[in-house]
Design a protein. Sequence first.
Length: 233
Amino acid sequence: MPSSPRRPLAVGVESRDSAAAPRRAPKPQRPRHQHVLEALRQAIIVGSYADGERLIEDRIARELETSRGPVREALRQLEHEGLVVSYPYRGAVVLGVSDVEVHEVLIPIRLTLERFSFSKALERMADADFAELAKDVWLMGEAAQSGDLMRSVDADVAFHEFVLSCSGQPHTVQVWRSIAPRIRAYFFRYGRTSDLGRIAAEHGDLLGALRSRDHGLVMEVLDRHIIVSTPGQ
């Protein structure tokens, strides 16, 4: 598939507003291939590259003002994450997120992981943990007011990851992280046609359910939140 013109890739893009999220410390300087990886991952997730589009090493290296080595290393990592697939004689191409994958794979996995993790976290979370989640809900609300989909998705992912981290179940966190790039990609895909204010409100409902410590209510609100419709329906 021929590549369409796009804005040059940005290196070292920060995904969250550091001033609005004090609990995340500034990141130290990273190797060049890590910056390339982050720039490519972000470009794929937000849709700058189309599903099936070839990722040409030379062009990416020129855009990011680096050599082909860091680009090649980044593409290998993206293939491991499920955002890219490589073919003989064709190279790396973008692997998009389809409605079938969302509904038949990602949503069932999320339901299993998060039902279990939210149940465990419910027994362990303290007021300070609820305050951390409230920051993410606030960030989603701010993002909704400004129409900032990227900031909304970042806060959305952070909310769920924080609850998983509170569950005391490191294996579930490990599984989540293995599919997190695909989840983030479908959050962007569906978020383009979603009401960001509604997304923020749903997370407010989730936080309220967690604070109630009512297991049945948490499961009900969580299921309603995760099971989404195909865009346009």
